[in-house]
Each structure stands twice: as C-alpha cells, then as structure tokens.
Design a protein around this ligand. Structure first.
Ligand SMILES: Cc1ncc(C[n+]2csc(CCOP(=O)(O)OP(=O)(O)O)c2C)c(N)n1
Ligand SMILES: [Mg+2]
Length: 558
C-alpha cells in the first residue's frame, strides 16, 4: 500500500468523512496536516481563523447545522486553551464536534515540553472522549471512532491529540469509511404506552429540544401535534424545531419564560419531552418540575440513556432519537375519539402571541419594533446567530423561527458565539440570509472573526446592540446591589468605523426608524456589513428600565 504521512492520512480521513470545512489557527505542531491540505483544497477548505475560540465556535455551529461533526484544528497548549469554549458549548448543546490538537512528539513528551498539555486530563470533564493517536497507521481507526461517538447517543465533542512525530511519520493504510451514527430505535411497547397515556390525558403538553433533529423529524412533530391537537413548547434556544407560526406552537421555555406557558406546564397532566435533557435553563433553574418525580406524568424521550432519569424520574423513559420516536408514534395512528383538551392549542398559541406584543421601552431605539420588523422582513430560511446577553431576549421572544436550522444560539450561554457561528453558517449555507446578532460585550469577544468574513467575502449582516455595558450582569447587579456599579461599564469603539476598517460596510443606527433602511443597505451589500445600533442604557430589559430595576431593589430593602 502507498506510504503517506500522518498528515496526509488524517486529511484523507477527514475527506472520507465528508468534511468540507476545517476551522483552525495554524501551528507549527501540525505542519504536515497544513501541507497535506494543499492537495485537497478543492474538497476541503481550511478556514484560517483569528482566534481558536472563533474556530471552535465555527466547528460547533457547523455540527449544529449538519448533524455531523464540525471540525476544528488548533495547536498545542495555547491553541487548545483558546478552543476550550467551543468544546464546552458542544458539550452543553449536545453537538457533534471534533477538535484536533497538535501535540509534542514522543521524544519530549512528559517533560512539560514547550506548550505540552495532557489533553486527556484537560478535557476530561467536557469532551465525550479524548484520545492521543500514537501511530500513523491507526489514524483512520481513531477518526472513524471519533466521528461515530460524536454523533451517537447524546452527541458531543471528541478531542484527538496528534503528536508531531506521528503526523510526520509514514504508514501504508487505507481511509476509514464514512461513519454513521447507530440508530436509536423506539421500543414499540413503550411507544404504545405513550399513546395510551395520551389517549387518557386531560391536559398534555409536548416539550422539544436537544439535538439529533432534522427536517423530517420536525415535519413528523408538526404532523403529530396537528393530529393530536398538542401544544408544543420549545426548550431554551431550540425555537427552530417547531414552526413558530403554527397554531400548535406554544412558545419557548428559556430564561424568564412566559408565565402563562409556565402555568400550562405546571397544570399539565402529561408532559412528553422529546430530545431535551431538561437542563437548568429550560426548567427555570430546576424549579419548573418536582424533583425527583414530577407531578405530571413525564414521558422522557432522549437518545442518550444516561440523561433519562438523571434528575427527573419519568413515567416512561424512552431511549430514542426524536425522529425514531415521532415516526413510531405516527405509525400508531391518531386519536380514536375527539381529544379531551380541544381549547388547549388555541389558548396556548394566543398566550404566545400576547407574550410577543410590543411594550413601551425608554430611548430612541425600540428593539421590540426592530425585531418585529425583522420577523416580517427576513425570509423563512434566514439563519440567526447570537451569543449571550440581554440583547438576545428580544430576538428569542419576538422573532418567529419557521424552519429547522435557522437558530444558532448556545444553550451553554457562551458569549462571543454570534460572529463565528454566522461565519460558519454562511460558509455552509451560502444562499441563506445570515444575521449575526450581538451585544457590544458579545461582539468584542470574537469580533476578530469579522476579518475572516471579509477574507471569505461572506455577505453576513452583523448587528451590534450597543448599550455601553455588560448589560446582563449590570441587571443582576442593580437587583442585588442597587446603585453599586462594578466592572460592567464598557467604553466601545465606533463599530461602524471598525467594520469599514476591516473592509466591510458600516452603518450606525440611532433611532428605530433608521434601522430598516440601514439593514436593507446592509442586506443588499455584496459582502459583510455591520449595523451598529445605539441602545439607550435605560432599555436594559424587555420589561423594566435600568432606573426601575434599581428603584424596585432599593424599595425592597429593609
Ligand atoms: C464567555 C462568557 N463570559 C462571561 C459571561 C457572563 N455574561 C453573561 S451575559 C454578559 C453580558 C453580555 O453583554 P452584552 O453582549 O453587551 O449584552 P447585554 O447584556 O448588554 O445586552 C456576561 C458578561 C458569559 N455568559 N460568557
Ligand atoms: Mg451590552
């Protein structure tokens, strides 16, 4: 068999997995990989990022969009440390991802050589699996296992460390076949039990979230909800699993959820949870359901058996992918007689619509009206990417997702995700409208990837909601320590000028009415464009001004 370097074997293995983009920052630890990429440039694009955090977020976003591992490659200690944030998001978001890390050679290992880190220990608690490949002929085996593991059960990140000497050594070995995940089929008897419980229910509710969804599974969900008149709620930042315009859509259970939806969950007698692991953000900090046994009969469908009964003991714990469960439910047919909860669906959807009705806000920029305009203006396949901050709450509450794969938002609550995730989205879906929605704090965390967008001429619209502060933390501060501002004020650059300095288009918006024309010009621009929105610091939350928060907290003092 033909002799190839470890770098060539690795790159051929990636191509064999169908990987189209490799997000990274180059390092001298993996020169043989960079060299091997030259010969496959038409099939595998190396996206040179400006910081490994950006590269790892791009890989994570690629995993979210495709259901196959997004891949990042970084150098030893410093690169691996920078990339950790993306690995953590892949963990909490249950996203398939593979991080490749250059490693020191066997000749110096365990001396704490230059930039040496033991990645097995470093990533032990966040990755699904961390391995170091010590022979070039076993690279295909490790790649195949890494891919299958990242995609199977509850998906997550896998880290492979690649010692320099392994990448430069040669071996004669073939490429691994394209890995698939092992299907997790639904148990027929359990599905029948779910159907029986549903037929006997008084007030059922479906909650969807997690990963391993695809357009077919979402279509099956819509069909099941229609057949059985089921209100469907989405988990925190998983609002693209059920078309928000459908009459069966009941809203999302995120941070500060709609009280009417919370009441509906509490009053439900049957809760069918599909794909969601029932994490802290979706359960209002573990207060929404009783622990260990919820009052509602809980049907928990999850592809990872380790997540079933982890906190909440289910009446039916069903290990299956969302698609497998929904397909099996549909195969059992619809209700035999009219359901006992005919008004539940319209009432839940009306609650949702009321929740997104505009309220007055202080200042010249009204994000309620701006996001409502975006909701009307953007096409159904527009992808919206955001990080963490109060600026996201307007988007999550007002914007109606219509299709699977249109929301790139970290369940892990990591700041700085909006810019790199949008870059990945536009690379993978060049025909889709991509909007990167950022706060001033969020944007300055990974805004360096604007240069990557310019380099690849990606027509993304970056919006920066600038309130001159780490607003979320200021909000918590004003509630807990009113008037004592500490560490949350930001002096910002002129973001539109910063965009222009990068070679992108820059727009500044100081009033609500200026937003639509500025956004239209940004959309029409043939390349990246940034819309800098100057938000009044008083517009700190969707419901209360900064001063009102402070006054409420002061009044509550003894
Ligand atoms: C990487 C990271 N660091 C810190 C935090 C804590 N944190 C959550 S929101 C937030 C402020 C976000 O500021 P900005 O992007 O300006 O949004 P705003 O809340 O002002 O709308 C911070 C610091 C976080 N979630 N992630
Ligand atoms: Mg801010």
């Amino acid at each position: 068999m033909q002799q190839r370097s470890g770098g060539e074997i690795l790159v051929a293995s990636l191509v064999a997995q169908g990987t189209r983009h490799l997000f990274g920052v180059p390092g001298e630890s993996y020169l043989p990989v960079l060299d091997a990429l030259v010969d496959v440039a038409a099939r595998l694009t190396f996206v040179a990022c400006r910081q490994e955090g950006g590269a790892a977020f791009m890989a994570e976003a690629a995993g979210k969009l495709t259901g196959r591992p997004g891949v990042a490659i970084v150098t030893r200690g410093p690169g691996a440390a920078n990339a950790a944030i993306g690995v953590h998001v892949a963990r909490q978001d249950s996203t398939p991802m593979v991080l490749l890390v250059g490693q020191v050679g066997a000749d110096v290992v365990d001396r704490e050589a230059f930039q040496e880190v033991d990645y097995r220990r470093m990533y032990a608690d966040v990755a699904k699996w961390v391995a170091q490949v010590d022979r070039p002929d076993r690279i295909p085996e490790y790649v195949a296992h890494a891919w299958r593991l990242a995609m199977s059960g509850r998906p997550g990140p896998v880290v492979l460390a690649l010692p320099e000497d392994v990448l430069s050594a040669s071996a004669g070995v073939g490429d691994p076949p394209r890995a698939t995940h092992s299907p997790a089929a639904a148990d027929v008897a359990q599905v029948a039990e779910v159907r029986e419980r549903l037929a006997a229910a008084r007030a059922p509710l479906v909650l969807v979230g997690g990963s391993r969804w695809d357009p077919d599974a979402c279509a099956d969900l819509a069909l099941l909800a229609r057949r059985w008149s089921l209100p469907v709620a989405c988990a925190f930042r998983r609002q693209d699993l059920h078309d928000n315009r459908l009459p069966t859509y009941a809203g999302d259970l995120g941070i500060a959820p709609n009280p009417a939806l919370v009441a509906r969950v509490r009053d439900a007698d049957l809760l069918i949870v599909i794909g969601e692991r029932l994490g802290e953000m979706t359960t209002s900090g573990y207060t929404l359901l009783d622990i260990p046994s919820p009052r509602q009969a809980l049907v928990h469908v999850h592809p990872g058996p380790e997540e079933i009964g982890r906190v909440y003991q289910p009446a039916v714990g069903l290990c299956a992918t969302p698609g497998a469960f929904l397909g099996a439910m549909l195969a059992q047919g619809g209700p035999e007689r009219p359901v006992a909860w005919p008004s539940s669906v319209p009432a839940a959807h009306a609650d949702y619509e009321r929740w997104r009705e505009p309220r007055p806000v202080p200042g010249a920029v009204d994000l309620w009206r701006i996001v409502r305009w975006l909701d009307e203006r953007l096409p159904d396949d527009a992808i919206l990417a955001n990080g963490a901050g109060n600026y996201t709450t307007w988007l999550h509450r007002i914007y109606r997702h219509r299709r699977f794969g249109t929301q790139l938002a970290p369940y892990a609550g990591a700041m700085g995700y909006g810019v790199p995730a949008a870059v990945a989205a536009k690379l993978l879906r060049p025909d889709a409208t991509v909007v990167s929605w950022n706060g001033d704090g969020c944007f300055t965390m990974n805004g360096q990837e604007l240069a990557t967008a310019v380099q690849h001429r990606l027509a993304i619209v970056f919006v920066v909601i600038d309130n001159g502060m780490y607003g979320t933390i200021r909000m918590h501060q004003e509630r807990a320590y009113p008037g004592r501002v500490s560490g949350t004020a930001l002096v910002n650059p002129d973001f539109a000028a910063l965009a222009r300095a990068h070679g992108a288009r820059g727009e500044t918006v100081a009033t609500t009415d200026e937003f639509a024309p500025a956004f239209e010009r940004a959309l029409a621009h043939d390349g990246p464009a940034l819309v800098h929105v100057l938000l009044d610091p008083q517009a700190l939350t969707m419901n209360a001004s900064l001063d009102a928060l402070r006054e409420t907290a002061l009044r509550a003092r003894p």
